[in-house]
Write a protein that binds this ligand. Sequence first.
Ligand SMILES: O=P(O)(O)OC[C@H]1O[C@H](OP(=O)(O)OP(=O)(O)O)[C@H](O)[C@@H]1O
Ligand SMILES: O=c1[nH]c(=O)c2nc[nH]c2[nH]1
Ligand SMILES: [Mg+2]
Length: 167
Amino acid sequence: MTDRLPHEKGFHVSWDQLHRDARALAWRLDGKGPDDGAWRAVVGITRGGLVPAMIVSRELDIRVVDTISVKSYSHQDQREAKVTKFPQAELMGDGEGILIVDDLVDTGKTLELVRQMYPKAHFATVYAKPKGNPLVDTYITEVSQDTWIFFPWDMALQYVQPYRGTD
Ligand SMILES: O=P(O)(O)OC[C@H]1O[C@H](OP(=O)(O)OP(=O)(O)O)[C@H](O)[C@@H]1O
Ligand SMILES: O=c1[nH]c(=O)c2nc[nH]c2[nH]1
Ligand SMILES: [Mg+2]
């Protein structure tokens, strides 16, 4: 595929870069929980949030890990998000002391939905675009709205032609 995406820019993230950025996110969150700085649990938003959620839970030694599954549907130009799997209700309460982690926030539709359910949770993403920025409490790197972030699980190493081409 040589056509450009409808986004002007691409931000290609390697596994190594993602690992470093997710670690930086964990360190920023360290000691910031409401109960003597501690967090009760990490909840990853599937699927992209699972990798940073695992890294955060490992760095901060949080052993309680759960997931919430959010599926986005496109109806004409409107994106609508729906929860298809909930985390444990007794664990979550109103979200107090819970770290909810995703790989990125873009339009904010996903976090908007999850925030309505757990208003007291702390929302953390590795990357953020300006539209979704107000919905996230902590993030590491901001990219412009017209940038598409390519994650390592969506990419593979492949041959590219030399800049000057071949004979
Ligand atoms: O701020 P938004 O506009 O809602 O976009 C951000 C969400 O979109 C992507 O997930 P996606 O729904 O593509 O599913 P996936 O994580 O399973 O890949 C990404 O992982 C975020 O969860
Ligand atoms: O891989 C992705 N990159 C993005 O920039 C993005 N925005 C929403 N959903 C996304 N998925
Ligand atoms: Mg996602």
